[in-house]
Ligand binder design. Sequence first.
Ligand code: DP6
Length: 386
Amino acid sequence: MKIVTVVAPVNIAVIKYWGKRDEELILPINDSISGTLSTDFMCAKTTILASPSIKENVFWLNGELQSFDNKRLQNCLKEVRRRANPELPILKWNITICSKNNFPTAAGLASSAAGYACLVAALADLYEIKGDITSIARVGSGSACRSLYGGWVQWSKGVDPKGEDSIAHQIAPVSHWPEMRVIILVVNDERKKYSSTVGMKKSVETSELLRYRAQTIVPKRVEAIKEAILNKDFEMFSEITMRDSDQFHAICLDTFPPCVYMNDISHAIADTVHHYNEKKSSRKVAYTFDAGPNACLYILESEVEEFLSVINYVFPSSNKSDYVRGIKTNINPIEEELKLSFASKQLKADTLKFIIHTKIGDGPKILRDEKHHLLNNEGLPKKSMM
Ligand code: DP6
């Protein structure tokens, strides 16, 4: 019997992946860059048990039994087994997978990246795979390949039709820019949107802007934001991040019929960020939005307290004790001049569900100690883990 548990992080792209050139192999039409978030507050956790006595393959996700007949899961497993030493006895055994996210999936926060990174890191450990595994996570979910490294990560689109060179690598470790913080504003919005997978397929089929972005804009932006990250140049970093998010959503609107992911609240957040930066006469905060209404803000540690106090003023909450989660911060009354300039922007209470204050963090971690496993030795989810 073999068992392993892994925790893996979420990542938030600053140069977005949007569009595939190969749907089956998940090969993108452009490079993308992201920051990996600390697993302290948001992560996926997966335990895999392999044993000759397991009768059939089983997959538990957030306490519910899932079908094992999931194409993306099967593709990851197939690739791991193909790369394993054919002599390994484990290749003949069935497995039980048990995964969970430590953040509310209902919040609409991307969980597939952390989930597939976690699955593939665990499989790679079990099947003793050496070398790059980002191309295996990629066939689970494109953005998952970036969650296999900590700090700042680039996913190169590659040119090989088989995708051998479509892999992720680290640009800079978390220690390079330890002051970087991330604030996630979870928007109260129940509407169902197209998934990223469906949305980007429609964009590839119908948006002419998409090709222009992938061929002409992204290559320059990738170089410029890498330089900004390596020089810790927040002014440059924040401008590129916001422009890339804006352009990605412009492409979503250029898709026919349009994919509308940002809502009025998302736009109010973007407006608050621009207004704050204007008031400060320099860019202190950068927003980026994925395929949903929630905002992800990059900001330096020194600015967090004041900016979160502004957010608390513009987007008040009736939930005083649990509104801002994650890294502790003081929320203060904002000074009179700022208050006056934001007064007309103030929205009604509970426009936002809650806020997560986190930071850039490391890649996946393997946990060997028995107490971390989500499964008992019979391959059943532990009660405490459900
Ligand atoms: C907007 O990686 O979820 O978050 O490869 O089809 O699984 P699939 O899509 P996914 O798309 C992520 C899109 C994005 C931008 C990004 O993370 O780069």
